[in-house]
Design a protein around this ligand. Structure first.
Ligand SMILES: *[C@@H]1O[C@H](CO)[C@@H](O)[C@H](O)[C@H]1NC(C)=O
Ligand SMILES: *[C@@H]1O[C@H](CO)[C@@H](O)[C@H](O)[C@H]1NC(C)=O
Length: 220
């Protein structure tokens, strides 16, 4: 009896572990921290941990960076993204979180993109933004909102989203948190039209159902 009940306990524990692994995007830490050793030659999923005896408060710190307005005129879309991820703060390794500041010029756009490894919780700290995300196939339903200062909106993990500053006179600023230490960014236009080497214009013309000339124009 004792033997079979401990077997059942083990089975229950294994099943719990298996289902936990199926739902968790970033595994829970198994220690207080695992500060990324960014110089280690060892390749793992994430970064290996630095010797804990060598960890300091600076491994969890980034000096004043998010208070500074960024240049939004240096690119054609009129926005500038400042991401603080595990590369900026090695202490974020394994913790499943990061933070970003986005600056928008008047009429500036943070173009449609997705974070393959993170949900985003987004708050406007200056100005007004029109933001939205689109669900996956087959519905491709757009969920969008006008966001004022202090408003919060969520972009579910992996879904394509954007923000646009509708005000032609005033800039806007947002601060966002992402549920990954390395959320990744895929900008849709760049992935489709600026891959290196380029995707053949035959393929893109067929995929977007437009003339090849339009694809060549977009790629240029
Ligand atoms: C820890 O820091 C000391 C002093 O900076 C250095 O000599 C040592 O190599 C470091 N150890 C590891 C494992 O990084
Ligand atoms: C963002 O702004 C910084 C300075 O504020 C500038 O160096 C950088 O080139 C800008 N990035 C883009 C993509 O425009």
């Amino acid at each position: 009896m004792a033997c079979s009940s401990s077997f059942l306990h083990l089975l229950a524990a294994l099943l719990a572990l298996a289902s936990w692994q199926a739902i968790a995007s970033v595994p829970s830490p198994l220690q207080d921290f695992c500060v990324a050793d960014l110089n280690s030659p060892v390749r793992v999923n994430g970064f290996v941990c630095k010797d804990p005896t060598n960890v300091t408060a600076d491994d969890f710190f980034k000096a004043a960076m998010l208070d500074k307005p960024r240049d939004t005129m240096a690119n054609k879309v009129g926005s500038n993204v400042t991401l603080i991820n595990v590369m900026e703060i090695p202490g974020l390794n394994t913790l499943g979180i990061s933070i970003v500041r986005v600056d928008y010029a008047p009429l500036g756009l943070n173009p449609p993109h997705t974070h393959p490894r993170a949900t985003e919780i987004f708050t406007v700290v200056e100005g007004t933004l029109y933001a939205g995300f689109v669900t996956s196939n087959p519905d491709n339903k757009l969920f969008s909102k006008m966001l004022n200062k202090g408003d919060v909106f969520v972009f579910p993990k992996g879904l394509i989203h954007f923000q646009f500053n509708l005000n032609p006179h005033k800039p806007a600023v947002a601060i966002s948190s992402l549920s990954g230490q390395n959320p990744g960014i895929i900008t849709i236009a760049n992935a489709a039209f600026k891959s290196k080497p380029p995707i053949s214009d035959d393929i893109l013309a067929n995929a977007f159902q437009v003339d090849k000339k339009i694809i060549d124009m977009l790629q240029a």
